[in-house]
Design a binder for this molecule. Structure first.
Ligand SMILES: *Cc1c(COP(=O)(O)O)cnc(C)c1O
Length: 541
C-alpha cells in the first residue's frame, strides 16, 4: 500500500498533452495518455506536476479537399485560461539565447502543468514552440531542448523540489543532460553525475518500431548546443552514434517501462543490445474515465439502468454528429463499426476492404456501417494515401462508409461511445497499447481486435469482445503479405460467424457481452491502478 503522506514528488515531462479538444496541444495516444495521467494525479491527489510546451499552432488541423485528399492547416491559438507565472528562463540554442516564458495550466481538472513558450518578442527564435511535430532535424532538437533543458530550469526558477523526473518518451532526454550539467557544475565527474542523475530519472518508452525512435547525428547535436557541455565521446556513451533518444533515456534512468505487458516483451527484445540500460518493466496504460466514459453505461452495467437503451442514446448521438459533419444519415438499427487510428501502414486502416467480394454485399445491404477517423502525419505521404483510400471508399459506399476529418478528442469521445464495435487490426506486435479500445470497452462498445497492445490482457473471446488472428504477428510469417492475408481471413471469419449473428440474432447475448466488457475493464484500465503502479514500481525505489 502507498503511504499517501510520504510520496515522492514527480515532475512529468511530455511534448504533448491531450486534455481537451479546445487545446490543440496533442497529436495522438502519447498526449492522450499524458493528459489522462495528470487528470488522474489531480483526482487522486498524487504530488505531481507536468512539464510541457505551449504550442502556438499545436498539431495539424487535417481536412479533406474536394478531390478527397487530406491537407493540413494551422492556426494560431490564444488561450485566455493560462496563468502567467512571471517566470522566464533562458537557454542557449545554436549559440543564441532563447527565452522561455513559463505558463501554468490548471484548467482541465489536471495536476498543474507548466508550459514553456518561446513566442515572445525578445526571441529571434520565437517559432521553436510553433508546431507540435511540425518539423524534424534542427527544429525538433530545439523543441526538445526547450522541453528538457528549459523544463529543468523552470522547475528550479519556480522553486519546486522534485524527487523523480519522469520522461514520457525519449523527447525529454535533454532534461537528463541538464540534471547532469548541474552536478558537473558542482564538481562531480561525468560518471558520478550520470550515476546520481540516474537515481532520479524514470523513463517510459512507447514506439515499438525502431525507426519511430528518434535519433540525431552528433555534429547536429553539437551545433545546436544540445550536448549541454558534454563532449562528443560522452554523448556517444549515452546515446550511441547517431545519438538515439530512446537509448540515451534507457541509460539515463534507474528504471523504464513499456505501456502494456506484450509491449514489455517487445521493447526488451528491441533494446536487448543496449548495454548499461535500465530494466524495462510493463505498466499497462489506462484512461481517465470521467473524460471518456458515459457514467450511465457504468451505472447500467452495475444493474441500475437499461444498458441497451443507454447505448442506443450514445449511438444516436454519434449518428446525429455524423449527419451534422458529413451529411450522411446512418441507420441506428444496423451494426456500426468504429475505427479510428493514426494513418500509418502497420495499423492497416483499409484491411477490411481488401476482399470486396466479401465486404461489398455487407456494405451495400447496410449490414455493416463503418465510421473512420484519423490523421496522417503532415509530412507522411504514405499515411495521406491511406486516408485518401478510405475517402474513396466513402464515395463508393456513400450510405455505409464515413470518414470524419480532423480527428480530435471530440471525435474520439463520440466514436468510442456510439459505435457498436471497435475494430483494431494492427500488425502485431506494433501497437504499443491503444487506449481508444479501453474507452470503447468501458462504454460497452465491444472490441474486435488483433491480440495486440492492451487487448491480450483483457480479451475473453466471445465473452467481453472478440480477438482475431490468434496472436500471430510479424515474426510468424516470412512476409507481411502472408501476415495480412492470415489476419484478413480471421477478421472476416469473426465478423461473419460471430459478430454479425450475435448482433442481429442474439441481442441478449450481445447485451450480456456489453455488460461484461464494462465490468471486466472499468477498474483495471482506469488511471488509479496505473498511477499506483508507477509509484510502487518506478518512483519509490
Ligand atoms: C484515445 C485517443 C487516442 C489514442 O488511441 P489509440 O488507441 O492509441 O489510437 C488518440 N487520439 C485521440 C483523439 C484519442 O481520443
Amino acid at each position: 500500500m502507498l503511504d499517501k503522506n510520504n510520496l515522492p514528488k514527480v515532475a512529468y515531462f511530455c511534448m504533448e498533452y491531450g486534455l481537451d479538444s479546445i487545446m490543440r496541444s496533442y497529436a495522438g495516444g502519447l498526449g492522450i495518455l499524458a493528459g489522462d495521467y495528470l487528470k488522474g494525479a489531480k483526482d487522486y491527489d498524487f504530488p505531481m506536476i507536468g512539464i510541457g510546451i505551449k504550442w502556438k499552432q499545436g498539431y495539424t488541423d487535417q481536412k479533406i479537399d474536394k478531390d478527397g485528399k487530406p491537407y493540413d492547416t494551422y492556426h494560431n491559438y490564444e488561450y485566455d485560461f493560462l496563468e502567467d507565472t512571471g517566470v522566464k528562463v533562458t537557454i542557449k540554442i545554436r549559440q543564441r539565447d532563447v527565452i522561455c516564458k513559463v505558463w501554468l495550466l490548471n484548467k482541465f481538472g489536471n495536476a498543474p502543468i507548466y508550459l514553456l513558450d518561446t513566442d515572445i518578442p525578445e526571441n529571434e527564435d520565437a517559432w521553436i514552440t510553433g508546431q507540435l511535430y511540425g518539423w524534424f532535424g534542427e527544429e525538433r532538437i530545439a523543441q526538445e531542448m526547450v522541453l528538457g533543458i528549459g523544463g529543468i530550469k523552470a522547475l528550479r526558477a519556480l522553486g519546486h523540489k522534485i524527487d523523480v523526473y519522469h520522461f514520457n518518451e525519449g523527447h525529454a532526454v535533454f532534461a537528463g543532460l541538464e540534471l547532469m550539467r548541474e552536478k558537473i557544475e558542482k564538481g562531480l565527474s561525468f560518471e558520478d553525475a550520470w550515476d546520481k542523475s540516474k537515481e532520479e530519472i524514470v523513463f517510459t518508452t512507447h514506439t515499438p518500431i525502431v525507426q519511430g525512435n528518434e535519433s540525431h547525428t552528433l555534429d547536429r547535436l553539437m551545433y545546436m548546443g544540445a550536448n549541454n557541455g558534454l563532449t562528443i565521446e560522452q554523448l556517444v556513451s549515452l546515446g550511441g552514434s547517431p545519438f538515439n533518444m530512446t537509448v540515451a533515456a534507457l541509460r539515463l534512468s534507474k528504471i523504464s517501462n513499456a505501456v502494456a505487458q506484450l509491449h514489455k516483451d517487445t521493447a526488451n527484445k528491441m533494446w536487448t543490445n543496449v548495454d548499461g540500460r535500465s530494466d524495462i518493466i510493463g505498466i499497462t496504460n489506462a484512461i481517465h474515465m470521467p473524460t471518456w466514459v458515459d457514467e450511465n453505461m457504468i451505472k447500467a452495467a452495475d444493474g441500475n439502468g437499461d444498458l441497451w437503451e443507454t447505448h442506443m442514446k450514445n449511438k444516436k448521438a454519434l449518428i446525429d454528429f455524423v449527419y451534422e459533419r458529413n451529411g450522411v444519415k446512418l441507420d441506428a438499427d444496423k451494426l456500426l463499426i468504429g475505427f479510428s487510428r493514426r494513418a500509418a501502414p502497420y495499423k492497416r486502416s483499409n484491411l477490411i476492404f481488401t476482399d470486396e467480394s466479401i465486404v461489398e454485399p455487407l456494405l451495400k445491404e447496410g449490414k455493416i456501417q463503418i465510421v473512420f477517423s484519423g490523421k496522417a502525419h503532415p509530412l507522411d505521404d504514405t499515411g495521406k494515401k491511406i486516408v485518401e483510400n478510405i475517402v474513396k471508399m466513402t464515395k463508393k459506399y456513400p450510405n455505409s462508409v464515413v470518414f470524419l476529418e480532423n480527428y480530435d478528442m471530440t471525435i474520439g469521445r463520440m466514436l468510442t461511445r456510439g459505435s457498436d464495435i471497435w475494430l483494431n487490426n494492427p500488425r502485431r506486435p506494433l501497437e504499443a497499447s491503444g487506449t481508444s479500445g479501453m474507452k470503447a470497452a468501458m462504454n460497452g462498445v465491444l472490441n474486435c481486435s488483433i491480440l495486440d497492445g492492451w487487448w491480450p490482457e483483457a480479451c475473453n473471446h466471445g465473452v467481453n469482445g472478440w480477438q482475431f488472428g490468434d496472436g500471430k504477428g510479424v515474426d510468424d510469417f516470412n512476409t507481411l503479405e502472408e501476415l495480412d492475408a492470415h489476419d484478413l481471413k480471421a477478421l472476416y471469419k469473426v465478423l461473419l460467424e460471430e459478430v454479425l449473428p450475435t448482433y442481429y440474432d442474439h441481442r441478449d447475448k450481445w447485451v450480456a457481452m456489453m455488460k461484461e466488457s464494462i465490468l471486466s475493464t472499468k477498474d483495471y484500465f482506469s488511471v488509479k491502478r496505473m498511477l499506483e503502479e508507477y509509484y510502487e514500481n518506478m518512483y519509490i525505489k
